[in-house]
Design a protein around this ligand. Structure first.
Ligand code: HEM
Length: 344
C-alpha cells in the first residue's frame, strides 16, 4: 500500500561536501540501492525465521490498537499550516502500540506508536491514510542503510547486539530500555525526517501534562503483558483517556541536523501541530485485534506534502511492503486501505 508519490526530489547521487548541504534535500550515498537490495533479502530471511512469516518482521507484538482523534491545532505558525495541517480539523485515527522485538514486556526493548490518520473527509472519496511511525527513543541506532545491513549481517551470524552496542552502534543502547510506565505515558519520536513543504521536520508525540495526575497510581505489573494490561487498566477499566501533544522539530541547519543520518537528534525549538486524544474504550474484541494485525502502518502511506526523507526511509519503503506481503500471504488476506469507519 504505497501512496502516489510526487516526482523524486533527490538532489544528487554524488558525494557532497558537508558544508554544502541544503535544508529539505536528500543526499543518497553511492551504493545505496545495492545496500537496500541486500537489506531486503536479509530481512526477509530474518523475518521468516523470527518472529515468523505470519507476524510483522519488526514490532510483532501489539500492546493495543486503539481509536483516537487527531485534532489539528488552530494556532499553527504560517509556514507549517500545510498538507494535513492546512486547517484546524478533527480526524479519526487508529494507533497501534508495540514492542520492537520482545514478546515479554518486562525485558529491555524499544516500543512503537504507529498513528494512522484517516484523511478522507468525504465518505465517497477513495480512502487515503497518512501514517506517522514513532518509537520511544529520539534517534535511530544506525547512520544509513549500509550501517543497518552490517548490523543485520553481524547479528544473524552470531555477534550479540550488546557487543555491537559497545563498539560500532553506541545508539543501540537507547533501544534497550526497561519500560517503567504505561505506553500511554511515554514519549515517542519519528527518528527519521519528513518533508514539510520546502523544508524538513522530525515528529514527536509527548503525553500532555494535564494528564499526569490521575494516572500516577497505575503501576506496571510483573507480567509478560504488563504494558498491555496498563493500557487496559486506564482506557477500559478506569475509563480515563489520554492526550498527546503532536509536535515537530524543524530542520534549521542542514549540516548539524542532517537528513541522511538519523543517529543525530534534531533539537530545534518544537512546534505543536495537533493533539491526539485516545478516549476511554475497549480494544480487545477478536475482530478489532485481527483488523489491527492485518492493517499496515508505513512511512510510505503519506500525503504529498509530507514525503519521507533520507536513506533509512527510502529502504523502509520496500522492507515494509515485503513484510506486509509475507504476513498477508501467510494469513490469506488481501491488502485493503482502511477508511476509519470500520466498527467492531
Ligand atoms: C532500515 C530501518 C528499518 C527497518 C528495516 C524496519 C523494519 C520494519 C518492519 C519490517 C516492520 C513491520 C512492517 C509490517 O509488517 O507492517 C516495522 C514496523 C515498525 N517500525 Fe520499522 N524499520 C526500520 C526503521 C524504523 C524507524 C527509524 C522507526 C522509527 C520510529 C521504526 C518504527 C517502526 C514501528 C513503530 C513499527 C510498527 C508499525 C505497526 O505498528 O504496524 N522503524 N519496521
Amino acid at each position: 500500500m504505497v501512496s502516489s508519490q510526487p516526482e523524486s526530489q533527490l538532489n544528487t547521487s554524488e558525494p557532497v561536501a558537508v558544508d554544502t548541504l541544503k535544508i529539505g534535500l536528500e543526499y543518497p550515498p553511492l551504493g545505496e540501492e545495492a545496500a537496500i537490495a541486500g537489506l531486503r533479502q536479509l530481512h526477509l530471511k530474518v523475518h521468516e525465521a523470527s518472529p515468523g512469516p505470519g507476524l510483522r518482521g519488526e514490532h510483532p507484538k501489539s500492546l493495543g490498537g486503539v481509536w483516537a482523534t487527531f485534532r489539528v491545532a488552530a494556532d499553527i505558525p504560517a509556514p507549517y499550516g500545510i498538507g494535513l495541517f492546512k486547517e484546524p480539523h478533527s480526524f479519526r485515527a487508529l494507533i497501534r502500540f508495540s514492542n520492537g522485538r520482545s514478546f515479554d514486556d518486562r525485558v529491555p526493548n524499544v516500543r512503537g506508536m504507529a498513528i494512522k490518520v484517516f484523511t478522507t473527509q468525504n465518505e465517497n472519496d477513495p480512502a487515503v491514510n497518512h501514517d506517522f511511525l514513532l518509537a520511544d527513543h529520539p534517534v535511530f541506532f544506525a547512520r544509513n542503510v549500509q550501517h543497518v545491513l552490517e548490523f543485520l549481517i553481524a547479528t544473524s551470524t552470531g555477534t550479540p547486539a550488546a557487543a555491537l552496542a559497545e563498539t560500532t552502534y553506541p545508539k543501540l543502547k537507547g533501544f534497550n530500555s526497561i519500560a517503567t510506565k504505561s505506553p500511554l505515558r511515554m514519549s515517542y519520536w519519528s527518528q527519521t525526517p519528513y518533508q514539510f513543504g520546502s523544508g524538513a521536520v522530525k515528529y514527536f508525540a509527548h503525553p500532555a501534562v494535564e494528564q499526569d495526575q490521575p494516572l500516577l497510581d497505575i503501576k506496571l505489573s510483573d507480567s509478560e503483558n504488563s504494558l498491555r494490561e496498563a493500557m487496559v487498566e486506564q482506557l477500559t477499566k478506569r475509563k480515563i483517556g489520554v492526550n498527546f501533544d503532536f509536535c515537530i522539530n524543524p530542520q534549521t541547519d542542514a549540516n548539524t541536523m542532517p537528513v541522511e543520518d538519523p543517529t543525530v537528534e534534531w533539537t530545534s525549538a518544537p512546534i505543536r501541530l495537533a493533539t491526539i486524544s485516545i478516549y476511554p474504550q475497549r480494544f480487545d474484541s477478536e475482530q478489532q485485534i485481527q483488523f489491527v494485525e492485518n492493517t499496515t502502518w508505513s512511512p510510505w502511506n503519506f500525503l504529498p506534502e509530507h514525503r519521507p526523507l533520507g536513506g533509512i526511509n527510502r529502504a523502509r519503503r520496500w522492507v515494509y511492503s515485503d513484510s506486509q506481503e509475507m504476513r498477508h500471504k501467510t494469513h490469506g488476506v488481501t491488502s485493503t486501505i482502511p477508511t476509519g469507519r470500520e466498527s467492531f
